[in-house]
Design a protein around this ligand. Structure first.
Ligand code: BES
Ligand code: MN
Ligand code: ZN
Length: 498
């Protein structure tokens, strides 16, 4: 994990990162180095010689004079004010290209404390490497940046410390989410997920910072009536779990209490509705929601945010065996609703239903958010980089959308049309787990809505596409687990405490 600091002192690192933008008109370049003065004329000549364009995600390195390297990261079209997310991505792209260097100073055009925070986050988020499972190729992997300095006079003293600490926590726990996603099902099953996250809770300070964890085992789940988690997990030799982290702030009263519920399918074969082999390996990411909600609870505790969080991770491995749930089996969700399992590949909604009901049991929540790699329809509708938001409360959903402007994560609101609801009716049970195929993302949302009290503000986040990047890395996003939704959950917690 990288150390992040903010300073306007003289530059000690041997790598300097600045921005380069495209000026309108004839494609001329414009160097954006924040409050650091550079001799731009000579640099622009060099950049032109090198064919630099200043477009986003372009990173150009040249030998420096006062630093060993100057790294130019593309900002796209020149602007008087760059969006925080543009800065976050530009810093991230540079950080990704700086693996193998130990430290770098970033001087980008950040004109507000929020922009400085975005640069610091981007630099931290771009500094990620997953090499735990490398053997003979481990030694040739380039280590990410160790020390990141954000050059800025805009924030100083305690504010600079707080912004740097926030960015460090954001990158550290995003990396936890990514690690959990990237860890293969040979090494991550429901029980080991609980163990890994419990270790992270302990390392963060555990009870001393207000964190408590508890795990329900398969036999406890069975006896208490968690038919969704049991039904999905019963085909696997690795038994299911319901993992819970509670965060209660220390020494202050929580302003609000939120429940975060994340889908935790450690591998989704599709069960007896077996998925095709092509692409099935990506289903190790089907616990991305669970990883995000757990990491968010820990991060909010580390940041001492005065909000109470209940994070729930219903964990199961959706496998094929003679114990697996059959199409037409009927299961009973915690609390008593029955579901006919039409399609064992629509398993996420079954484990989430149990957890949503459990999360509301105490009746003391101000809101509930679930996060899930729930449907392939999400990817068809919104692509690989924009997640979906569905809700029973337009005001709360609008608030969530506002918060994504701070986190920089791309979400888009989707409806829950009641005309699709009858397609979930079952001739034999309270509900079927699959309905109309067209609009399948919305049907899945409508299924979950059945398990949330009407008066409790709820958003459902379908992150199926954005959770896992199988294409090229970009901005601060690596290949593999991305950590998406985590930052928005943290910012939601911070906003709730205001
Ligand atoms: N985990 C998948 C959804 C998914 C697909 C996540 C692609 C990431 C990338 C989920 O459990 C699933 O299989 N959903 C089915 C639901 C259908 C059977 C109603 C789907 O989307 O096809
Ligand atoms: Mn599935
Ligand atoms: Zn799934």
């Amino acid at each position: 994990m990288s150390t992040i600091k903010i300073s306007d002192g003289i530059i000690k690192d041997d790598v300097l990162v600045v921005g380069v933008a495209t000026k309108s008109g004839k494609g001329a370049l414009h160097i954006e180095s924040g409050d650091l003065a550079l001799d731009t004329k000579a640099l622009i000549a060099t950049l032109n010689d090198m064919g630099a364009t200043g477009k986003q995600d372009e990173v150009v390195r040249i030998p420096g004079t006062s630093t060993r390297l100057i790294v130019f990261t593309g900002l796209g079209k020149a602007q008087s004010i760059y969006s925080d997310e543009t800065l976050r991505r530009a810093a991230g792209a540079a950080a990704r290209h700086l693996a193998g260097n130990s430290s770098a100073t970033f001087s980008l055009p950040a004109n507000t404390p929020a922009a400085v925070k975005a640069v610091a986050e981007g630099a931290g988020l771009g500094s990620y490497l997953f090499d735990q499972f490398r053997g003979s190729t481990k030694s040739i992997q380039k280590s990410p940046l160790n020390t990141i300095t954000i050059h800025s006079a805009l924030v100083s003293g305690a504010e600079a410390k707080a912004v740097a600490a926030h960015a460090e926590v954001i990158s550290k726990y995003t990396n936890l989410v990514r690690d959990l996603i990237n860890t293969p099902p040979s090494h991550l099953n429901p029980a080991s997920f609980c163990a890994m996250v419990s270790d992270a809770v302990k390392a963060a300070g555990g009870a001393a910072i207000g964190l408590k964890v508890s795990t329900m085992t398969d036999s406890q789940l069975k006896s208490k009536g968690f038919g969704g988690i049991i039904g999905v997990g019963q085909g696997s030799a690795n038994p299911p779990r319901l993992f819970h982290i509670s965060y209660t702030p220390k020494g202050v009263k929580a302003k609000k209490k939120y429940a975060y519920v994340g889908k935790g399918i450690t591998f989704d074969t599709g069960g007896l509705a077996l998925k095709p082999a092509l692409g099935m390996e990506a289903m190790k990411s089907d616990m991305s929601g669970a990883a995000a909600v757990c990491a968010a609870a820990i991060a909010l505790a580390v940041l001492k945010v005065p909000v109470a969080i209940d994070a729930w991770a219903p964990l199961a491995e959706n496998m094929v065996s003679d114990h697996a749930t059959r199409p037409s089996d009927i299961i009973t969700i915690y609390g008593g609703k029955t579901v006919e399992v039409i399609n064992p590949d629509a398993e996420g909604r079954l484990v989430l239903a149990d957890a949503l009901v459990k999360a509301q049991e105490a009746g003391d929540l101000d809101a509930i958010i679930d996060v899930a790699t729930l449907t392939g329809h999400q990817v068809v509708a919104l692509g690989k980089r924009t997640s979906a938001v569905m809700t029973n409360n337009e005001e709360f959903s609008a608030h969530f959308m506002d918060i994504t402007k701070i986190s920089g994560e791309s979400f888009w609101p989707m409806p829950l049309p009641i005309d699709l609801r009858p397609s979930l009716d079952s001739p034999v049970a309270d509900l079927g787990n699959m309905g109309e195929r067209m609009g399948g993302m919305l049907v899945a949302g409508l299924f979950l809505k059945e398990f949330v009290a009407d008066e409790l503000p709820w958003v459902h986040l379908d992150i199926a596409g954005p959770a896992y990047n199988e294409a090229e890395p970009h901005g601060y996003t690596p290949v593999g687990g991305t950590g998406v939704a985590f930052r928005s959950l943290v910012e939601m917690g911070i906003a709730a405490a205001r």
